[in-house]
Design a protein. Sequence first.
Length: 195
Amino acid sequence: MFENLFKSPNADRIPKGQRLTNGFPIMTYGDTPNIQRQDWQLRVWGLATEKTFTWDDLMAMPQTEFTADFHCVTTWSKLDVKWQGIKVTDFLKYIEIEPQALHLMEHCYGGYTTNIAMEDFVREENFFAHTLFGKPLPVDNGGPVRLVVPHLYAWKSAKWLNGLEFLNKMQLGFWERNGYHHRGEPFAEERYSAF
C-alpha cells in the first residue's frame, strides 16, 4: 500500500541498474578530438552512394528540438536532456542506400567506431545533435556533431561523428570487440557481449 508513496515518479524511465545524475558525466576513451565546425565533415559510403556533408550542408537541413533520456552503460542516466539537431529520418532523404544495407558502422574522429542495425538507426526519435541545452555541443560531449540514439546505451550515440558506413551484415565496432553488447538496449540490460 505504501510502496507507491516512496516510488520516484520517473521510476519507469530508469532502467534497472541505473542511477540518476544531475550533471552530464564525461566518458571518453583516448584523446578528445577537437574539430572546428568549418572543418567538420560527415562521409557516407559502403552500401550507399558515396557522399560527404559539410557543416553548412547539415545546417541547411530541417532542424528539430529534442528532449530525450540518456543512459550510459556505466550506470548513470540523465532524464529530459534537451538537444537540437537533424532527425535521422530527415537526413536519410539526402542519401541513397542500397536495399541490402542491414547494418552500419558509425565512424568518428579519433578512430572510434560502433555498430548499429538499420532497424535501430532508422527511427523517428534518433538524431544528429549539434546543440545541447541551447548551446553548441561541447567537444567533451561529442561536438561538433554526435549521433543520439535514445533507446540504446550512450556508446551507440557516437561522439565526434564523421562517417556512416552502410553494411550488409553486422560488424563489431571498438567497444563491441572489447566485450560490450552488439546492441545495447538499457531496459534489457544489454551491457556486455552475448557472444
